[in-house]
Structure formats: C-alpha cells, structure tokens
Design a protein around this ligand. Sequence first.
Ligand code: GLU
Ligand code: ZN
Length: 481
Amino acid sequence: MSLRVRYAPSPTGLHHVGGARTALFAYLLARSAGGTFILRIEDTDRARFDPAALTDVYDTLSWLGLRWDEGPHVGGPYAPYVQSERVERHRAVAGRLIAAGSAYRCYCGAERLQRVRAAGSGYDRRCRNLTAAERRRHEERGEPPVVRFKVPLEGATRYHDLILGTIERRNADINPDPVLLKSDRFPTYHLAAIADDHDMRISHVLRAQEWVSSAPLHALIFQACGWQPPWYAHLPVVNGADGKKLSKRHGSMSVSEFRRQGYLPEALVNYIALLGWSLDGSSELFSLDELERAFSLERLHAAAAIFDAGKLRWMNGTHIRSLPAAELARRLEPYLAAAGAEQPQRAAPAVAELLRERLTLLSDAVPMARFLFAADLDYDGAELVPKRLDRARAAQALRRALDLVDTACGGDEDAAERAFRAAAGELQIRFGDLLMPVRVAVTGSRVSPPLFGSMRILGAATCRDRLQAALARLDATTPDP
Ligand code: GLU
Ligand code: ZN
C-alpha cells in the first residue's frame, strides 16, 4: 500500500509555526517513503473562514518549499482539496450513518443547548431516542436539525498512536454525541475529516496533540462507517522558552512574520524539523533535501518541544552563510531596495559578499547597508575624533587617507591594509586610530562592515567626497577642550 499523508489546515488565522511543523512532518513522511503529500483545506466552518488566511497557507507552504502532489483541479497554480467543495459527500455520509442507526437528528434549539451546556456535562442526549411521532412533530415545525453521532454508552475504544502508543478510553468518557452536521448543513470537522481521510485513502494522519482527545471518537466514527482508519501520530506540543504552550505571548509566531523579518525558509524548515524530531540527537543542520531522506516516524518524540528563538536566529545566520553567493545576492535585493539602493540588483552581489559574515537576518542588511546608498551621512562630528587623538590629529589622519583612497578602493585589501599601516606609522598613531575617523567619515558610524570592502563598493569618488565632508565637519566642530 502506498503511503498517503495529508496536511489539513483550517484557514482561520495566519499560518503559524505549529501548523507549519505539522505540514513539514507530513510532507517529510510522504517524501521519505516515496508516498503522496496531500493538502486539504478544511474550510467548512464558514463563520471562522478567512480568505486571507487561505492565501497565507498557500504562500507560506510554497515559500517553505512544501509542494503538494495531488488535488481535484488540474492546471491552476494551487490545486489542493477544498473541503467545502465536498459537502454533498459529507451530507451523504451523515445520511448513511442515520440510516444505520449510528447517528440521529437533534432538534434542540440553540437556547436549549445553551441551558444544557451551562448545567455541566455536555449534551444530554435528549433527541437520541425520539419516537417517530415526536420526530415528525419537530419536522413539521420546520426546525433545522443537527446530526449527532451516537457514542456507545458502554464499552471502551482503543486506538494505536504511532508516537503515544495504545490509548484506551471508556466510551462513557467521550463527549456525549458530538455534532456531525450542523443546522446550516455544513459538516463539522469530525465528519468532514473522517469522510475525506477515507475518500482520499489517507494512510497516515499527523496532527497536533490537541486532537488526541478526539481520536477515540474518530475511531468510533470510522467503525460506524465500516471503514479502516488511518494510522495516527499526534505530534508533541511546542512550548515557548518559559515552558508554556506557544502563543501570542511569545511574540508573533506566524510564518509570514518570520519571512518578513528576514528569516530564510531553509532555516525555518531546518529549525521546525527539530521540534519533535531528531536524527541522532546531535546533528542540527539539515537542508530540506536531507530531511526528506533522513526523516522517519520512529525518531519523533512524545515530549514537548521548546521553541528557542535564539537558536532559530543562530540557525538563520548559519544558513545565510551557506547560501551560494548569487543566491544570497538575489535574496538581499528587496532589503537593499529598502536600504535606499536605486539598482538593488546591480548592488547586491558585492554587498552580499561584504555582509555575508555579519547577517543574522536578511533584514539586518537594511541598517548595515544604508550608508552605501545614502546621499548624505548623518553623524556627530565628535565621532571622528578617537579617544587618543585630538581634532588636529584626526584631521591629519583623514587627509592622509585622502591620499590613499585609490589604494583603499582598489580591491586588494591586503595592499590597502599595508598602505594604511605604513601611514599610521608615519603619523605615529595606531592603525586603529587611523582607521576610525576614516570609518566614521565613509560609513557614518564607528561600527560598520569591513572598511576597505565598503570603500570599494562606494568607489573612490564618493569616498573622497565623504572624507572631504568629514574634514569640513571637523572644522565646524567645537574645538578641543
Ligand atoms: N483542520 C484541523 C486543524 O487545523 C486539522 C486537524 C487534523 O489534522 O485532523 O487543526
Ligand atoms: Zn437534541
């Protein structure tokens, strides 16, 4: 039997890392076994459906590189299964369950249900044993019923979880008679997911641990339908560093927000793969390709995973440094545009090389590269004077640097360094004290990417202008005390 795994998000809010982790594991399981990865949009809760969230699912999955294999629509860019297109089928399954005596129509109005709920232990099964006459009376009043599943009152239900082992639950402890079909004739998750898992011949369901408590109910519904259930694996909870379940409190955890902040999809994929899975307990860096080969269900853990934002940042820097030069350049383009580059595509290769070792996030390039594209630098003239020098000596250093601009910008950094060291010797100042005023003059800050590399990108003419401007600024600065 071929392995078929689905990811079944409900588009109700931005796609978050927890959902992305479920998607990734489902994808990896399918890929690792030459199986099929299926995307199914669970959008039958019409009140909570959000079209922007749907777009976000598509965008983030394709950004992460998780492509699904199958769907009912041929040709379109996005062709997953969409649950709301299948409601006729869900209604038919509900009808079959009613005919078989495994489900029944409930006519209790919202008001009554609210009262029952307020009293405590869920639905009181009032409509489970209506007489034919009672049922007819309700029907005549035209009240739209819901369809409820008849949870057996006795016995117990077992199912086997691939991570958690065998789980058994007394049927009496299962939520009494959950709704399968709502009064708007849309299915609930329980009905739609089970009918679809069956129809799509899903072999493995990987899903969040919050669904563990529904699993015995699902086993019962499969049984009532006379269908073979898939294998289940409930993935470990993801907690924040404080040990509490990941939530807004820990900052935005939406995939699109990570993307906006300048994380690489490679890094996010790598990091979330380790939230509940490990190869050998020590290997940490994986490409998606490697994960596709290495992944196995046996190496999933049951214990909660900790989302460590610092680790993710570290991993992002590591992945940035291992991108091919042209690729890093391409990804930096939008950030260079944000930094003021008029021709980001042209500037990107050199800037990528300059910044590669310093970036943790792609967006770090914006503040780091701004000086390269600015018409005027904005800094305090006092910054030009190192602690060990005075104004006159700082000016002397800048004038000396003006003579060396061509060497500094020439592209041979060793030669540039030799020339500046020799100049520092002549001026009888430290190399660092020569470089600092030059750095401030050229980049606007005492902290910058490598100086000669920066000067090379700026070009000799701009460097000369900036050194001149710095000299003028020194003159205008209040004299030494
Ligand atoms: N639509 C459900 C959710 O987003 C899917 C649960 C499942 O995978 O069965 O949580
Ligand atoms: Zn009822």
